[in-house]
Design a protein around this ligand. Structure first.
Ligand SMILES: Nc1ncnc2c1ncn2[C@@H]1O[C@H](COP(=O)(O)OP(=O)(O)OP(=O)(O)O)[C@@H](O)[C@H]1O
Ligand code: SF4
Ligand SMILES: [Mg+2]
Length: 405
């Protein structure tokens, strides 16, 4: 299709320049979707109480060519994780441990200066949270597009403008008019789509979208998600989508990662996680979603509140304050990582269930033999949530949006 051909042509011109700069391997590998491996990632923010982790010990793989969704309540560390993929965490934050290996770029945590600046935009496209507020109010969108192209040494600026118009047109806007506009002449939803265009227009093959559709109405959101999927497939991208909205994830993501208190508590193929959630937190999130059809009263908000930087437990399970399956071991020991097929869950109760051990939550012990297992058929009761509003029904997830899990 024209957009892909144009960007490919621009990149062909670019390869020559980059080769002179000694960066040939990076550019060559950026021509296909890169795999990404996040290993032991910890990010801390400096606070009056010292440096506290917002993201801790994250292991996450983004398989090449897939869309991964990251969900979790506000403050769970989603944006901090996204910024780490670009090595863009700003003071008072810093990546204190771990690595982010991107095929063709290496460990971005080790990149700095000009290498890092070039990696962003050219190799990693991103839409920051609240992208609708991040345009320069003094310049037209077109001028900012040209600035972006020049800063990345794009030779075919006409082709860049053509691609930008094409992307904007596909997102339901008059591309020429938008490029001639200043920020204040565009609605929040239009600015958000401009942000998505800027993330895609340099033809980066790793794209990170942080809450890309929050300012959009349902119809426009559906349209944008369709385009994200189309462009992802056409260009061969690896994409990370961060959202509060399980409906968005169900719509777009191949894989799903669930964050809580800076930890990754569950991950796996989206359909598996939504239809058979294993972690009590994921089960609680799914129960909290009102159904479009049926009894809206069945939805139950997860009781309690997520921890803040200052209250997140330094050891044991970060979810234990809200977990009905909590045991003594959850207070002190890191939840074990349980692998089942392509899915991973970090939970003592899930580990005990897989080992055929009954979890006696009232006594705070685990006993062998019985079957008090958190699984999709018998989702763990998270505090007082009713079983009837249970998880395991992805159809109830699809078609809903805007809920803050
Ligand atoms: N600049 C900062 N200084 C101190 N703490 C911060 C800073 N930025 C984020 N935090 C803290 O780090 C934690 C994770 O924040 P982050 O923005 O990554 O969460 P999030 O999951 O993206 O939330 P939201 O859904 O609201 O966007 C929160 O407790 C937040 O208060
Ligand atoms: S059972 Fe324990 S480890 Fe699992 S979510 Fe509950 S508190 Fe955390
Ligand atoms: Mg965020």
């Amino acid at each position: 299709m024209p957009t892909t051909e144009n960007t490919a042509a621009r990149n062909a011109g670019k390869t020559g320049n980059a080769g002179k700069a000694g960066n040939t391997a990076n550019v060559a590998s950026a021509m296909k979707a890169p795999g990404v491996r996040v290993d032991g990632l910890t990010v801390v923010y400096r606070t009056p109480a010292g440096e506290l982790p917002a993201v801790r010990g994250i292991d996450l793989e983004l398989p090449a060519g897939t869309i991964t969704g990251v969900v979790g309540e506000s403050g769970s560390g989603k944006s901090t994780l996204a910024l780490s993929l670009l090595n863009a965490v700003q003071p008072p934050g810093r990546i204190s441990a771990g690595s982010v290996e991107i095929d063709g770029l290496g460990d971005v945590v080790k990149l700095s200066g000009e290498d890092l600046r070039k990696a962003r935009g050219r190799h990693i496209g991103y839409v920051f949270q609240a992208a609708q507020n991040s345009l320069n109010p003094l310049k037209t969108v077109g001028k900012q597009l040209l600035d972006l192209g020049r800063s990345h040494e794009i030779e075919d600026l006409r082709g860049l403008v053509r691609d930008a118009k094409d992307l904007l047109g596909r997102m339901g806007m008059d591309g020429a008019r938008v490029l001639d506009s200043h920020q204040h002449e565009l609605s929040g939803g239009m600015r958000q789509r401009v942000g998505i265009m800027l993330a895609l227009v340099l033809n980066a093959h790793l794209v990170v979208l942080d809450e890309p559709t929050t300012a959009l109405d349902m119809i426009t959101q559906a349209n944008i998600l369709r385009i994200v999927r189309e462009v992802h497939a056409e260009r061969g991208l690896t994409t990370l989508v961060i959202t509060h909205d399980l409906g968005v994830v169900a719509e777009v993501a191949d894989r799903l990662a669930v964050m809580y208190g800076g930890r990754l508590v569950e991950q796996g193929p989206t359909t598996d996680v939504l239809s058979a959630p294993r972690h009590p937190y994921t089960q609680g999130l799914l129960r909290a979603i009102p159904r479009l059809l049926g009894d809206i009263g069945e939805a139950r908000a997860l009781p309690g509140r997520p921890p803040t930087l200052g209250t997140v437990p330094a050891r044991g399970c970060v979810f234990r304050e809200r977990c009905a399956l909590r045991m003594d071991v959850c207070e002190t020991e890191e939840p074990p990582v349980v692998v089942r097929g392509p899915s991973i869950t970090a939970c003592h109760a899930v580990a005990a269930a897989d080992a055929g051990v009954d979890t006696d939550t009232t006594a705070g012990t685990a006993t062998a033999g019985a079957d008090a297992v958190p699984d999709a058929a018998h989702p763990a009761e998270t505090a007082d949530a009713p079983e009837s509003a249970g998880a395991g029904e992805p159809a109830g997830v699809q078609g809903t949006r805007g809920e803050q899990p």
